[in-house]
Write a protein that binds this ligand. Structure first.
Ligand code: ATP
Ligand code: MG
Length: 394
């Protein structure tokens, strides 16, 4: 049974003097990810290495499930970590490892020994030869292949003896918390949870804002968004979620503006309000799930119109993605099944039959002038009555 894991991290290793910041964030995030996992873990570092060691019984699958969601990790090697003594004991340990991990011995292998401790009487080459011989003798079904072995048996002589041969791919990316904060406009759709996942993968901490329109949108539609945030939080860590009551603003726009411009104008107010919360909590940008041409409100002209009301940069990680590619990611990260639940969305309720696809900014601005009497007050009320919750992965 594996008791420890060697955590391999790629991109962050090249960050020169920032390396410490990155490693510390990675360790923090690993700790956070392992919290809900059954078992107790110790995280230790040793010369550019991170080890996760289980203290006593633990759930292997849950552990791998959690670690494969921590951005910054490129590989997870389940490992045996035993006391390092002499060659004879090492041979016993390696044989026991091979026997335990590979019940079927009809496999090719290669031993790759490394010594951090140069005081060990044999050098790496000698250890390779010695262990190779011992394995062949014990398990004659096995054979050596130095170029493309099925089992690359890593034997590391460090403070302890590390033996590992499997690498489970991690998600890559950068540890969350190393790239500042951004405000995600999170709806109940397929796209925005994927956008949140992608921006978090670059190390960005995310907060989120959701607009609902009770009673036109239901409590279940809101719960769906909370559920999506919980799934994204498995990767991004806890998310502060602002839930804005958008009903009165929407009704007012519906009342005062041409209906083919509703979506654009609504979208502009969503951006403004999201930006308010973004600035309040020191976010460096907004994030949406928009993609060019997906719907009328996402033509380049429409994007320009929604963008115009923001002063913060708006990040759109999905801008050039086809819907199928977005769906593939949402399936991979497990948001898809929740996203396709049929609860109504505030954008679909007040949507026009034939929305403008090429909004003219001057016309939009002119229509918005019809709102001047009450809109500031409505926006202020929406902000003041916003409910903020902290969403954690379950
Ligand atoms: P999604 O699948 O993310 O809902 P969509 O394809 O339905 O996207 P739109 O409804 O046009 O596209 O929304 C575009 C973007 O605007 C969304 O990706 C999201 O970032 C934001 N957005 C839309 N509706 C809401 C909402 N009710 N609350 C918060 N953000 C929203
Ligand atoms: Mg939507």
């Amino acid at each position: 049974m594996f008791q420890a894991f060697l955590i391999k991290y790629g991109e962050i290793a090249i960050k020169g003097k920032n390396r410490h910041v990155f490693e510390e964030a990675l360790i923090r995030n690993i700790e956070q990810a392992l919290k809900p996992v059954e078992g107790e873990f110790e995280i230790t570092t040793e010369r550019g290495r991170i080890y996760v060691t289980a203290v006593g019984d633990y759930d292997y699958d849950e552990t791998i499930g959690a670690l494969t969601k921590v951005f910054g990790i490129v590989g997870i090697c389940p490992m045996w970590q035993v006391e390092l003594s002499d060659m004879e004991q090492m041979a016993k340990d390696v044989l026991a490892y091979v026997d335990d991990v590979y019940p079927d011995k009809h496999k090719s292998f290669k031993v790759l020994a490394r010594r951090a401790d140069k005081s060990f009487p044999l050098d790496s080459q000698e250890i390779n030869r010695e262990l190779g011989g011992v394995i062949l003798e014990a398990y004659p079904e096995m054979h050596v292949d130095v170029h493309h072995p099925e089992i690359l048996l890593n034997v590391e002589l460090r403070n302890k003896l590390n033996i590992y041969s499997e690498v489970i791919p991690g998600p890559g990316g950068m540890p969350v918390g190393t790239a500042g904060k951004a405000m995600l406009l999170l709806s109940g759709g397929i796209d925005s949870p994927v956008a949140g996942y992608m921006i978090a993968k670059r190390g960005v901490t995310i907060e989120a804002t959701y607009f609902h329109a009770p009673p036109y949108t239901s409590e279940r539609a809101k719960q769906k968004v909370v559920d999506l945030a919980k799934i994204v939080a498995r990767y991004s860590g806890p998310i502060r979620l602002n839930i804005v009551n958008f009903t009165d603003i929407q009704l007012y726009i519906y009342d005062k503006c041409p209906h083919d411009e509703l979506t654009i104008i609504m979208r502009r107010y969503m951006m403004k309000i999201a930006e308010h919360f973004a600035k309040e909590s020191d976010c460096l940008g907004l994030v949406t799930g928009e993609s060019i041409g997906q719907v009328a409100s996402q033509t380049m002209k429409s994007l320009m119109a929604t963008n115009e009301v923001c002063t913060l940069p708006v990040y759109r990680p999905l801008i050039a993605f086809d819907k199928n590619d977005i769906i593939a990611i949402s399936e991979k990260i497990d948001t898809y099944e929740t996203s396709i639940l049929p609860y109504e969305d505030c954008c679909t309720i007040f949507v026009a039959k034939h929305p403008v696809t090429k909004p003219n900014l001057n016309i939009i601005r002119r229509s918005e002038r019809n709102l001047s009497e009450k809109i500031d007050e409505l926006v202020e009320t929406a902000i003041r009555t916003t409910e903020t919750i902290k969403v954690e992965a379950e």
